[in-house]
Design a protein around this ligand. Structure first.
Ligand SMILES: Nc1ncnc2c1ncn2[C@@H]1O[C@H](COP(=O)(O)OP(=O)(O)OP(=O)(O)O)[C@@H](O)[C@H]1O
Length: 540
């Protein structure tokens, strides 16, 4: 159930709430503006206190997040907290708005990001951690792509201090930590093994090393730094000298740096001082100014988005659609229990999803304005979506994408895991159902018959937005959950968006890419992407 359905949100004096921009386990986040000055855009996080308590958190735990984050708020790469209070069942936190959305949404699985982009974000991360550790004595303890947001110029904003701790006392002495907290792939080995305790600042350094690996390769090196994890054991046995799999794709300089950071012994691990002196960290990237912030957002956006690709090629289509039982190599997700995903109309929940999945306001585009009146409806829609990176990421053959972007791409908070279609529901739903089944997500059959039943009770015009909540398990056995929403934009134009709730965001994007490839015949592609002839038949 959505938090918005649990209890109504409190009013905040002088603040006007807008759309929901994100949802987590404990909180929902809305954009907002000041009543007196609508140009001041903010984000408000509503933490649902009873849910936190049910998960074993005390009120002190909940307020600690706010205290520690506001302590670190003066650094430009740390998400700034402005105000907070408790009202009814919620603690609300007013923060700066991260207009550039989530970093995880922009990392291509199994590929990673452009090397300049990785360098830029790693430099900003080192700068943020250095400030937190040295000036504030705070360790974040949950550094991972899900906790990194971007501003409107693409600068990194470290967020979610829910697991942070004060590792340095006022007198400068260090506290020894004993508790196992963090996200398994990003956890330092001493968090799991040290009986005498560990220093939390050193564990942050390990985590930024894992994040760097994810930026460079598009995957985590292991599920857990444990002696039961084969990938981690190989790494240890070879003293970090690996040249196969994703490791073989990493350049020598980066590998060298990673080996210094991913030292299982925290005493031997690179310190922040050593990292700051490393040439890869001290040398400015082409789109960064002397202050380390982005001074050319267009170039950063181009470089970042150039790695995001969803190939709808015949090869991929065949790979994903052939008999799954005889081809386990391509199965990345597994069913969970006996639950069946179902098509639903849930206005509260789906309104929240709809807003984060929206491409851009239809009125922002030239769809209704200066476009040629002789254009067909389809041509107008194609033009409408050709400014949206979510639509530009699709290509039908490997060479299409080498063309530079003709459009000026901008950072915005909208998710990239979505596609557009203008196919009617009797074509869209059966293909989606087939794609879900091929991804081993059990669906209550049949989606179109369910849609017709919903239409009977609500009427066609009121039935949207629709959503399908899904739960699955990744290859490594980790839970992955989220929803697919179908939003009507105008006429037959619809947005099919994939919103992750829990689990690895890279795995979520893999699932999105697979489902999109299977649905390729119904995806509306922007103008500049030429389609190769398809040899598949739309199923009814
Ligand atoms: N300041 C902000 N500006 C824009 N979007 C934000 C902001 N803060 C959070 N979000 C969005 O809201 C989502 C949920 O926020 P957050 O991760 O803080 O919630 P949570 O309940 O603490 O999450 P978790 O499930 O990781 O504990 C984020 O992934 C992000 O997309």
């Amino acid at each position: 159930m959505s938090l918005l359905q649990v209890s109504p949100l409190p009013q905040i004096k002088d603040v006007v709430l807008g759309d929901t921009v994100g949802q987590g386990t404990f909180a929902c986040v809305k954009n907002a503006h000041l009543q007196m000055d609508p140009s001041v855009i903010l984000a408000v996080k509503f933490v649902h206190v009873p849910t936190c308590k049910k998960m074993g958190l005390t009120e002190k735990d909940i307020t600690k997040e706010v205290v520690l984050q506001s302590k670190c708020s003066k650094h430009p790469n740390i998400l700034r907290l402005i105000d907070c209070n408790v009202s009814k069942d919620y603690m609300w936190i007013i923060m700066e708005m991260a207009d550039g959305g989530d970093l995880f949404d922009k990392i291509e699985p199994d590929v990673g990001v452009d090397s300049d982009v990785a360098q830029f974000y790693f430099q900003q991360l080192v700068s943020a951690i250095d400030y937190m550790h040295r000036k504030c004595g705070v360790a974040h303890r949950d550094i991972k792509p899900e906790n990194v947001l971007l501003d409107k110029n693409g600068n990194l904003k470290l967020a979610d201090f829910g697991l942070a701790s004060q590792f340095k006392r006022k007198d400068g002495t260090l506290r020894v930590s004993m508790d196992q907290r963090g996200s398994p792939p990003y956890m330092a080995p001493e968090v799991l093994y040290s009986e005498a305790g560990f220093y939390a600042d050193r564990t942050d350094i390990w985590s930024i090393g894992i994040l760097l690996y994810v930026l460079l390769t598009g995957q985590t090196p292991w599920e857990l730094p444990s002696l039961e994890d084969e990938d981690f054991v190989f790494f240890i046995q070879n003293d970090g000298n690996l040249n196969w799999g994703p490791w073989s794709k990493i350049e020598f300089t980066h590998l060298n740096l990673l080996r210094k950071i991913l030292q299982p012994d925290p005493v031997k691990r690179a310190t922040l001082e050593a990292l700051k002196a490393h040439p890869w960290i001290s040398r400015r990237v082409v789109f960064a100014g002397d202050d380390g912030l982005c001074n050319d957002p267009d170039l950063l956006a181009k470089k970042l988005f150039s790695h995001l690709k969803v190939s709808l090629s015949n090869e991929n289509y065949l790979k994903f659609t052939q008999d799954v039982s005889s081809n386990s190599r391509y199965i990345s997700t597994q069913p969970v229990g006996n639950e069946l995903a179902e098509l639903e109309h849930d206005s509260v929940h789906s309104k929240a999803i709809a807003n984060t999945q929206r491409a851009f306001s239809i009125y922002d585009s030239n769809m209704n304005g200066n476009s040629d009146t002789c254009m067909t409806q389809e041509a107008k829609w194609t033009q409408f979506i050709s400014n949206d990176m979510a639509a530009l990421q699709f290509h039908s053959d490997e060479h299409d994408f080498t063309k530079p972007f003709q459009n000026c791409l901008q950072f915005n908070p909208n998710k990239l895991t979505k596609f557009y279609t203008f196919q009617p529901m009797d074509i869209l739903l059966p293909i989606l159902e087939k794609a879900l089944n091929l991804s081993r997500i059990r669906v209550k059959p049949d989606l179109f018959a369910n849609f017709e039943r919903l239409c009977e009770s609500l009427g066609y015009d009121n039935v949207f937005p629709l959503m399908i909540n899904i739960k699955t398990k990744s290859k490594g056995g980790c839970q992955l959950s989220g929803s697919i929403s179908i939003i009507k934009i105008e006429g037959d134009l619809k947005n099919v968006g994939f919103e992750r709730k829990t689990g690895d965001p890279l795995e979520w994007r893999r699932l999105f890419k697979k489902i999109s490839t299977i649905c390729r015949d119904i995806i509306l592609l922007p103008n500049q992407i030429k389609e190769e002839p398809k040899n598949t038949v739309i199923m009814h």
